[in-house]
Ligand binder design. Structure first.
Ligand code: SF4
Length: 389
C-alpha cells in the first residue's frame, strides 16, 4: 500500500495535480453542477466518487470527462487509485458495509457515527435507494468499539447517522433501541443525538428508551407532508393522523421535534397545500428541514407533470418556514436550565447547541471551546438563545 501522506492537500484547484470529486446526485441540479464543474476544470486528473459515481459515473467516464471513477466501497483504496496512470472505472459493490474504525482523531467534542447504510423505502421523489443500495446495518460490536475509542479520546457527544436509521438492526436481528442501550453504558458518553427517523419505524421498544437522560431531548422524524393525498403521491409510508399522535406523545415527554417537509411536489394543488398547512399547525414542531421539490430523473415523481410553478413553491416554502420559526421561538420562551456543548468560536462569540438542538451564542472571557456548560440565565432571541458566561 502506498503512503497517502506523501500528497499535499491544496486549497486552490489550480495548484492540484489530482482532483477528487466526492459528488452528490440527489437532484438534477446536483448532476448539472457536477457537469458544469467538470467542463470548467481543464488539464487535471479528475477522480469521481460519491453518489454521482453510481448514477452518471459510467456516462462521464465514457465521455472522457473524468480520468477515473470509484464507488463508495472503493474509497478506502484511494491511495492506490491516486497512483494509477491508466484510466479506471471501479464502481465496486453498492451494498458493501464500511466497518472501519477511525483512529486518527483530532477534534474533542462530538463525533458522527455512521451506523447504517442504504434504504428499502421507495419514496417517489428520491434517488437514494438507487445510489446507496439496500438498508444494511454496521455491526453492533464495531459501533461500540468505535464509540468507546472516541470516548476514551475525549469525545463526549455522539451523533448517530444513517440513510434510514430506523431500519438499524432489521438485517442483523437487533434494533436501534438495543444499540442505544449499549451506547448509554459506555464511559464518557454524555449525549447521544440521532439523525433522521421514519415515523413508521418508531415502535414501543424505542419509546421505552426515551427516558434515558443521555439521549438528546430532540428527535428528527421525517414527515415530508401533512396531507394524506400528497403522502400517497409521494409513496410515503406514514400518514398524518398516526404521525400527529406520535409527535404529541413525544412532545408530552418533553422532546423538541424536527421534521423534513417538501413543498412544490407535483400534485400539490392550492387545496392540498392549505390542508397540509392547517394540519402542520397542529404538530408540536420546533425544527424543520424544508425543501422545495426538485425533479430527479430516474424517480417516479420525475414522470409526473410538474404543476407547481417555482414562484408558488417559493411562497409556500416561506409560509411554512415562518410557521416553524414561530413555533421554535415559542418553545424556547418556556425557559429551562440548559446543558450546552460549546463547539467553536465565531466573531468573538462561542456557539453550541443545547439538548433541544437550539443554538446558544455565548459571550465569555474564558476559553469554552469543547466544554459542557450549564446555563440557567439566558435571553431568548428571534433566531437563537444568548447568554453571558
Ligand atoms: S426513506 Fe428517505 S432515503 Fe429512503 S427513499 Fe424515502 S426519502 Fe429516500
Amino acid at each position: 500500500m502506498q503512503d497517502i501522506t506523501k500528497y499535499d492537500i491544496v486549497n486552490n484547484e489550480n495548484e492540484a495535480d489530482v482532483i477528487v470529486v466526492n459528488s452528490c446526485t440527489v437532484t438534477n441540479s446536483a448532476d448539472s453542477n457536477l457537469k458544469y464543474y467538470l467542463s470548467k476544470v481543464k488539464n487535471k486528473k479528475i477522480l469521481l466518487t460519491g453518489c454521482a459515481a453510481h448514477s452518471i459515473g459510467d456516462m462521464l467516464f465514457k465521455e472522457n470527462k473524468v480520468f477515473g471513477v470509484f464507488g463508495h466501497s472503493e474509497k478506502e483504496k484511494i491511495d492506490t487509485l491516486l497512483e494509477k496512470n491508466e484510466r479506471f472505472y471501479e464502481i465496486g459493490d453498492l451494498n458493501f458495509v464500511n466497518e472501519k474504525i477511525v483512529t486518527n482523531i483530532k477534534d474533542r467534542s462530538r463525533a458522527f457515527i455512521k451506523i447504517q447504510e442504504g434504504c428499502d423505502f421507495e419514496c417517489a421523489y428520491c434517488i437514494i435507494p438507487a445510489v446507496r443500495g439496500h438498508a444494511r446495518s454496521m455491526s453492533e460490536n464495531k459501533i461500540i468499539e468505535q464509540i468507546t475509542l472516541l470516548a476514551n479520546n475525549g469525545f463526549s457527544e455522539f451523533i448517530l447517522t444513517g440513510i434510514n436509521m430506523g431500519s438499524y438492526g432489521k438485517d442483523t436481528n437487533t434494533s436501534l433501541a438495543k444499540l442505544l442501550k449499549k451506547i448509554f453504558k459506555i464511559n464518557g458518553v454524555k449525549r447521544v443525538r440521532l439523525g433522521s427517523l421514519e415515523p413508521s419505524q418508531i415502535d414501543d421498544e424505542f419509546i421505552d428508551i426515551l427516558d434515558n437522560p443521555l439521549l438528546e431531548r430532540h428527535l428528527h422524524i421525517a414527515l415530508q407532508y401533512a396531507d394524506d393525498r400528497m403522502l400517497r403521491i409521494m409513496k410515503r409510508r406514514n400518514r398524518v393522523q398516526s404521525t400527529l399522535e406520535l409527535f404529541e406523545k413525544l412532545a408530552d415527554k418533553g422532546f423538541a421535534l424536527g421534521t423534513d417537509y417538501i413543498v412544490g411536489h407535483p400534485g400539490e394543488s392550492a387545496e392540498i397545500f392549505e390542508s397540509g398547512l392547517e394540519n402542520l399547525k397542529k404538530f408540536p414542531l420546533t425544527h424543520i428541514h424544508l425543501f422545495r421539490y426538485s425533479k430527479r430523473d430516474g424517480t417516479k415523481s420525475a414522470k409526473l407533470t410538474q404543476d407547481v410553478v417555482g414562484d408558488i413553491a417559493k411562497k409556500r416554502h416561506k409560509i411554512i418556514d415562518e410557521l416553524i420559526k414561530e413555533k421554535n421561538y415559542n418553545f424556547r420562551l418556556h425557559k429551562k436550565p440548559l446543558k450546552v456543548l460549546v463547539e467553536n468560536q465565531k466573531n468573538g462569540y462561542f456557539e453550541g447547541y443545547d439538548e433541544y438542538f437550539n443554538k446558544m451564542i455565548i459571550k465569555s472571557d474564558l476559553d469554552l471551546t469543547h466544554q459542557w456548560i450549564d446555563i440557567s440565565e439566558y435571553e431568548v432571541k428571534k433566531e437563537n438563545n444568548f447568554c453571558k458566561f
